[in-house]
Structure formats: structure tokens, C-alpha cells
Design a binder for this molecule. Structure first.
Ligand SMILES: [Zn+2]
Length: 254
């Protein structure tokens, strides 16, 4: 099997053309809903697409693509130089879910500080990196905050793992939907670095819809683009807070 040397080689990773097309759709929706804030953001995205001025906005697929490509390539290079295993870890903050209208008062910094404390108290060591993400669950009308993280599987962290798991389960005992078991923390071995780490840096908010699988009858979820006005508001929120605010790191000097 050919060894990848860049995220850009993966079929699933969007091309520049696809990023431009996605920006085009974002601009269309922003202009269609209209209003000062949405129009202004659309204008900046347009200037970025046309190469007039890079916007570097978290709402811009093109600028996020560039960031993600470099970040993921750098991380995979770093991983290959360290002879150790890694995990990708998801932590879901069910108890911090909040309604759509509260998006603008969400304090991401506070959330990240809490997580850093939790990692510290559990005895985890860095570098732990990744991002904060929110998805909108339509069935209950709540944004669900969560983290996608990369952990080194050092001896210290293997010993601290159960500690962290117990603390997270204690803090997040209930799913936001009734009859669904809470799974607030998930460790997975890093096996496909480009795919799994790029997933950690999606930098996008989706709507999550529940459906019953026709074959198995089981309840499953699928992600969609947010409804137009919500989508515009989430883009403006992303634009306002900026990319750095969503990025998480703990003990990254290593
Ligand atoms: Zn841009």
C-alpha cells in the first residue's frame, strides 16, 4: 500500500474546487436570507474566493481547508517521528447542551479550561490536541458540545485512562435524548492518521437527525447542513469567535 505523505492525497479530503463550491453555497444562502451581518460575511467570503483578500475566517471553507491541510500534515509528521501509539478520543458534554438561541453566549474558553483541569486531575500528560465542536440535535433542539482529541498512549496516560473515563462519566451521566445510553468518552486506536486526525479538525457544525434504519430497525443518526437561517447564524458565530477559539491543546510543548 502506498504511504500517504499529505492529507491532500486522500480522496475524501476536499479539493480547492470543492472548497470554492462550498463557499459559493454559503454565500448564496447568506445572501438569500439577507440582512447586514449575513451580507457582510458573504462579501468577505466572496473576496476570499476571488483571491482579492484572504479572509482567514472560521466560516470560510477555503481558509479552513488550508489550515486543516497544514495542521494535519504537521501532526502526522510529528507522529511518525515518535515511536509510540496514539488514541483519538471523543468527549461529549451532554450536561452542557444548550438551546439554539444561546449560541452567542456560549463560552468556549471556559469549556476548554474545564477540560484542561479535568485532564490534569486525571493525571494525563500532553501533547493532547484537537478541537471543540458543536452539533445541533434536531430531535431535542439542543446544541451538543464535544471534543475530538489526539492523545499519546504513554505509560502515564494508559494508567490515567480509567481515571479520566470515570470522571467524565460522572460529569456526563445522561444522554440528551431519552432512552439513549450516554457514551461521553470514547478511545480509539489511531490507525489511519490522516483520516482520523483530519476528522478531528472538521471545524464545522452540522444538524444531527435521528432516523430508524429500514434494514435493522435500529435508531441511527445522520448529519445534515443546518436549516438556512440557523446555518447563517452559525456561520456568523464561527466568524466572530475565530478558529483559535475552537482549537484545543494541553501540554503541547513536546
Ligand atoms: Zn477565506
Amino acid at each position: 500500500m502506498a504511504r500517504y505523505i499529505s492529507l491532500a492525497q486522500l480522496h475524501k479530503f476536499e479539493t480547492i474546487t470543492e472548497a470554492l463550491e462550498e463557499n459559493g453555497r454559503r454565500i448564496n444562502i447568506l445572501c438569500r436570507i439577507g440582512g447586514d451581518d449575513f451580507n457582510k460575511l458573504a462579501g468577505r467570503l466572496m473576496d476570499c474566493c476571488e483571491g482579492i483578500k484572504a479572509c482567514n475566517s472560521l466560516a470560510c471553507k477555503l481558509c479552513n481547508r488550508q489550515y486543516r491541510l497544514k495542521r494535519v500534515d504537521d501532526l502526522v509528521t510529528l507522529i511518525h517521528t515518535k515511536k509510540r501509539r496514539w488514541w483519538v478520543v471523543t468527549i461529549v458534554e451532554y450536561s452542557r447542551a444548550f438551546p439554539f438561541e444561546d449560541l452567542d453566549s456560549l463560552d468556549v474558553q471556559k469549556s476548554k479550561d474545564r477540560l484542561r483541569k479535568l485532564l490534569e486531575r486525571s493525571g494525563m500528560e500532553g501533547p493532547i490536541v484537537g478541537s471543540f465542536e458543536i452539533d445541533y440535535h434536531e430531535a431535542c433542539g439542543l446544541w451538543l458540545p464535544h471534543y475530538h482529541l489526539l492523545f499519546p498512549s504513554t505509560l502515564q496516560n494508559r494508567q490515567a485512562k480509567e481515571n479520566l473515563r470515570k470522571k467524565v462519566i460522572k460529569q456526563q451521566p445522561h444522554h440528551i435524548k431519552r432512552n439513549k445510553p450516554a457514551r461521553p468518552i470514547k478511545f480509539q486506536r489511531l490507525k489511519r492518521p490522516y483520516t482520523q486526525i483530519s476528522y478531528n479538525y472538521k471545524l464545522v457544525s452540522n444538524a444531527v437527525r435521528d432516523y430508524e434504519c429500514r434494514r435493522t430497525g435500529k435508531m441511527r443518526t445522520k448529519k445534515y447542513r443546518l436549516a438556512d437561517e440557523m446555518f447563517c447564524r452559525s456561520l456568523c458565530w464561527m466568524d466572530r469567535i475565530g478558529r483559535r477559539r475552537l482549537l484545543f491543546s494541553f501540554g503541547e510543548r513536546d
